[in-house]
Ligand binder design. Structure first.
Ligand code: F6P
Length: 764
C-alpha cells in the first residue's frame, strides 16, 4: 500500500513537474524574446538620437572639412565634447584621417577606423555597437555631405549604451522572479487539483476497502465522487456484509466440527467473541514487524521473541489492530502520518499502529524500568534489579502514550484490548479510567516471583494497581497466578478470592488465570518444506562448515536468563566424558543479540563468545568444531531449517515464563524423531514431560542428559516425540488465544460467579 502511495505520489509529482516545465520553458522563451525586443527598441532610440545630433553638427562639420586641418580643428573643438550618455563626436577626412575628436572618443579613435572607411567608401551611414574603453559604445558614422557620392569626410557620433544592457539584465531578473512564481503556482495548482480530485478520494477508497477487508468497516468513506461511483461503495459493503455473515455461519460449523484448533477455527471463535462489532486490539512494546534500512531500502524484520511468535498468527487469523513501539530505523518511512500500516506487507491481515517514543523515554521505560528493573525482578536469575525514579517516570509516561494511542484508535467504538507483558503494566488501569466499558485483558509473558521478591520494587503497589485495571490477567502457569494473588494480598487493600481466583479492588473484579502460550504449526508458515527444505539444510551445513554427523541446536535471544554458559559447560563436560562423540557431535547456537544497549547484555555476549572459543580450542580438529555460535538475527526460514535438521534441541533457561523454542522444536519434527533437552525452570517443562528435563545448574547431570539423548534408541525417541507432538499440536497458539478471548468476554460479566465453563481445556 505504501509503495502504491509512493507511486501515485510520484506520478502526480511528475505530472506537476511536466506541466510546470512546459509553462516554465514557454515563459522563458517569451521573456527572452521580450527582453531582446526591448533592447532593440532602446538601440533604435539611441540611433535616432545620434542621427538628430549628427544633423545638428553636420553643417559646421561640413564647413570645417573645407578648411585646412589646423583651422578645421579650431572650428570644431568647442563642439566635439559629449555629456552623460553622449560620449562625444569625431570628424574624419574622407581618407580616414582623424581631424578632430572629443576627449572621450579620442581614447578609442583607432577603433573607429573601420566604420569610418566603410561610411566614406560607400557614402552610406554606418551604425554599430562595439566595446571600447570597457563599455558598449553605439556609433553612428555619417558621411559628409550626406547625399554626395564622394563625401569629404565622416562625422562619428558615439554613445555609451551600457545602460541598455543593465536595463535588459534588470528585466531578465524581473521576468525570472515571475517565472519562478508562475511555475510554483502551476505546481501547486496541479498537485492540489490532482490530490483533491484524484488521489485523496482514491486513497480514501483504498483505505476503506482495506478496512472493509481487515476490520469490517461499515460506512463508505466521505468525500468520494459519489456521482461517479453511483452508490457502488454501498453495494460493495452490503455484499461484503452478506459474505461475512455467510462466513460466520460456516465458521460456526467449523468451530464445532474441528478437533484441533486452526486459524480458521480461531477466526470463527473470535467473530463470536467480538460479537456486536467489538474491535480486537493488541498492545505491546515489541512490534510484530519492524523495518530496517538494508542497502538503502526498508526491509521488514520479524523480531525474535515469544510474544511476536505467538501473537502474530492470532492477529493474522482474527484481524484487528496492534499498537506497538516503533523502533526500526525505517519504521517512520514505512508507516503513514499516523504511524499506521497494514501487515504482513504482501498479504495485509491487520493494522499495525506504531507509537513513537523519545530516546529518553525508550531508555527509561524499556531499558531501565522494564529490563533493568522488572525483568530481573521477575526472573530471579541472580541479576540484581535496578530501580531508578527517573526510569519509573518514563515508564509511566510511556504507558500513558500507549493509552492515548489505543484510545485514539478505538474512538468511540467498542473494543476488546489485549495488553501484552511487563512493559505495559499500567495500561489496563489507564484504559479503564478513560473507558470503563472496554474489555481489557493483560497477558504477562514472563514469570511472576514470590511476594517477598516483588516487594523489592519501590512502586510495587502502583504496578499492581495498574495491572488490576484489567478484567482478566493471564500468566503461563498456575504457580505464577498463585504468586501474583499472594503478592496482591500482601500489598494492596483488596479482596482476593482464592476459590475463584479473582481480585476485587475498589469494586472492580479481575480474574487471574493460567494460559500456557504456544506456537503456530510450521506448515502454515512461509518456510521451505520437502525437497526445498532438504536443499536448504545441505546449503546451511556447507555454509557453516558443520561436519558433525549428530547435530544439536539451541535458539535463543542472547539473554542471561537463557543459561547459555551452563549449556556450553554441559557440552564441554559431555565431550570430556564421551571422547567417542568428538568429531561426531556438533552444536549450533542461533543467538539473536538483544537489548545490547544494556551493558549486562553486551557483557553476556562477550562471556559466551569467550566460552565458545575456550571449548572449541580444547577439542577442535582440522575438520571439526564442537560449537558453532551463529550470533545474528536469524529469519524464520533459517530457524526452521536448523530445528528440522537437528537431532537434539537444548533449552537451558535459568528461569523462563514458557520458552517457545522448546515447542517450536517439537512442532518442526515432522519426521517424529528428535530429542528435547529442557530446563526444569522453563514453563514449557510443565507441559513437555517427555523432554529430558534438566537442572541447568547441575552440569554433570546436564551432560549426562545430553549423553542419554544422543544414545537414546529410536523407539524411545519416537514415542516421546509423538506424545510431545500431540501436546503441542492440540494446545497450539490458536487454542491459547481462544481460551483467553473466552475468559475475557466472560470475565467482565462474571464478578464473583463461578468461572466460565466455555473454556477449552488443555489437552493432556
Ligand atoms: O518473553 C518476554 C519478552 O519480553 C517478550 O515480551 C518478548 O517477545 C521477548 O521477551 C523479547 O524481548 P524484547 O522485546 O525486549 O526484545
Amino acid at each position: 500500500m505504501i509503495a502504491n502511495t509512493r507511486r501515485r505520489f510520484s506520478r502526480s509529482m511528475r505530472l506537476s513537474l511536466f506541466i510546470a516545465a512546459v509553462i516554465g520553458i514557454a515563459t522563458v522563451l517569451f521573456a527572452r524574446h521580450q527582453v531582446e525586443t526591448e533592447r532593440q527598441n532602446d538601440l533604435e532610440d539611441v540611433a535616432r538620437r545620434a542621427h538628430a545630433l549628427g544633423q545638428q553638427l553636420g553643417a559646421p562639420a561640413r564647413r570645417a572639412l573645407d578648411q585646412p586641418d589646423a583651422a578645421a580643428r579650431e572650428l570644431l573643438r568647442p563642439q566635439l565634447e559629449g555629456y552623460r550618455r553622449l560620449l562625444g563626436y569625431a570628424v574624419f577626412r574622407a581618407d580616414g584621417r582623424l581631424l578632430a575628436a572629443g576627449k572621450a572618443v579620442a581614447e578609442f579613435a583607432e577603433k573607429l577606423e573601420a566604420p569610418v572607411r566603410a561610411a566614406a567608401a560607400g557614402a552610406k551611414e554606418q551604425i554599430l555597437v562595439l566595446r571600447a574603453a570597457g563599455m558598449p559604445v553605439h556609433l553612428l558614422a555619417l558621411p559628409l555631405p550626406e547625399a554626395a557620392d564622394h563625401p569629404k569626410g565622416v562625422l562619428v557620433v558615439a554613445h555609451d549604451v551600457s545602460y541598455i544592457d543593465e536595463r535588459a539584465i534588470g528585466r531578465l531578473v524581473q521576468y525570472g522572479v515571475w517565472i519562478v512564481i508562475v511555475t510554483l503556482l502551476a505546481i501547486m495548482l496541479v498537485a492540489g487539483t490532482t490530490w483533491f480530485s484524484y488521489e485523496r478520494p482514491l486513497k480514501r477508497l483504498a483505505d476503506w476497502m482495506r478496512r472493509l477487508r481487515v476490520e469490517g468497516a461499515p460506512e463508505a468513506p466521505p468525500g468520494l465522487p459519489s456521482a461517479l461511483l453511483h452508490g457502488e461503495t454501498d453495494r460493495l459493503a452490503a455484499s461484503f456484509r452478506a459474505a461475512r455473515s455467510t462466513g460466520r455461519t460456516l465458521s460456526q460449523q467449523v468451530l464445532h466440527s474441528e478437533q484441533v484448533w486452526s486459524s480458521e477455527r480461531l477466526r470463527a471463535h473470535a467473530v463470536a467473541a467480538l460479537d456486536g462489532g467489538h474491535q480486537l486490539v493488541v498492545a505491546s512494546n515489541r512490534e510484530p514487524y519492524m523495518h530496517q534500512f538494508r542497502n538503502g531500502r526498508p526491509q521488514a524484520i520479524v523480531p525474535a521473541g515469544g510474544l511476536v511468535t505467538a501473537l502474530d498468527p492470532v492477529l493474522q487469523a482474527c484481524g484487528g489492530l496492534w499498537v506497538a513501539h516503533g523502533v526500526g530505523d525505517a519504521d517512520r518511512e514505512t508507516a503513514d502520518a499516523a504511524g499506521r500500516l497494514t501487515v504482513p506487507q504482501d498479504d495485509a491481515r491487520y493494522t499495525l499502529k506504531r507509537v513513537w517514543l523519545t530516546r529518553e523515554e525508550e531508555q527509561g521505560y524499556y531499558y531501565g524500568f522494564s529490563n533493568e528493573g522488572l525483568w530481573p525482578l521477575c526472573h530471579l536469575a541472580h541479576e540484581r534489579p535496578v530501580f531508578r525514579a527517573a526510569d519509573w517516570e518514563h515508564y509511566q509516561r510511556a504507558n500513558r502514550r500507549f493509552a492515548d494511542a489505543v484510545l485514539a484508535e478505538i474512538g468511540s467504538g467498542k473494543a476488546l484490548v489485549l495488553v501484552q507483558d511487563y512493559h505495559l503494566a499500567l495500561l489496563p488501569r489507564l484504559l479503564k479510567e478513560a473507558r470503563p466499558d472496554l474489555s481489557v485483558g493483560l497477558f504477562w509473558h514472563i514469570p511472576w516471583p514470590n511476594p517477598d521478591a516483588f516487594r523489592i520494587c519501590p512502586w510495587a503497589a502502583d504496578v499492581l494497581n495498574g495491572m488490576l485495571g484489567a478484567d482478566l490477567i493471564g500468566f503461563h502457569l498456575q504457580q505464577y497466578c498463585n504468586n501474583f494473588l499472594d503478592t496482591v494480598d500482601r500489598t494492596l487493600e483488596s479482596r482476593v478470592d482464592w476459590s475463584h481466583f479473582t481480585v476485587d479492588l475498589r469494586g472492580h473484579a479481575s480474574s487471574v488465570r493460567p494460559f500456557p502460550i504456544s506456537v503456530q504449526p510450521w506448515s502454515e508458515r512461509k518456510v521451505p518444506h520437502g525437497d526445498a527444505l532438504a536443499g536448504q539444510i545441505a546449503d546451511l551445513r556447507t555454509q557453516h562448515k558443520i561436519t558433525g554427523q549428530y547435530l544439536a541446536v539451541g535458539v535463543d535471544r542472547l539473554d542471561y536468563t537463557k543459561g547459555l554458559a551452563e549449556r556450553f559447560r554441559a557440552i564441554d563436560r559431555f565431550l570430556e566424558n564421551n571422547p567417542q562423540q568428538r568429531e561426531r557431535f556438533s552444536f549450533v547456537e542461533l543467538g539473536a543479540p538483544s537489548r545490547t544497549h544494556l551493558r549486562r547484555y553486551r557483557d553476556y555476549i562477550a562471556e559466551i563468545e569467550a566460552l565458545t572459543d575456550e571449548i572449541n580450542w580444547k577439542y577442535q580438529t582440522d575438520k571439526w568444531r564442537p560449537i558453532h555460535f551463529l550470533e545474528a538475527h536469524h529469519d524464520a526460514k533459517t530457524v526452521h531449517a536448523f530445528l528440522s535438521m537437528a537431532r537434539m534441541c537444548i533449552v537451558s533457561s535459568l528461569h523462563d515464563g514458557m520458552n517457545l523454542v522448546a515447542k517450536e522444536y517439537v512442532a518442526a519434527q515432522t519426521g517424529g524423531d528428535g530429542v528435547l533437552v529442557l530446563s526444569e525452570f522453563a514453563g514449557a517443562a510443565r507441559e513437555l514431560a517427555d523432554a529430558l528435563i534438566v537442572n541447568p545448574y547441575d552440569i554433570d547431570r546436564f551432560a549426562e542428559a545430553i549423553r542419554h539423548g544422543v544414545e537414546m534408541n529410536e523407539t524411545e525417541r519416537r514415542a516421546r516425540m509423538a506424545r510431545m507432538t500431540r501436546q503441542v499440536d492440540e494446545n497450539n497458539v490458536y487454542r491459547w488465544a481462544a481460551n483467553f478471548l473466552t475468559e475475557l468476554t466472560a470475565a467482565k460479566t462474571r464478578t464473583g460467579e463461578t468461572p466460565s465453563t466455555a473454556r477449552f481445556e488443555i489437552a493432556q
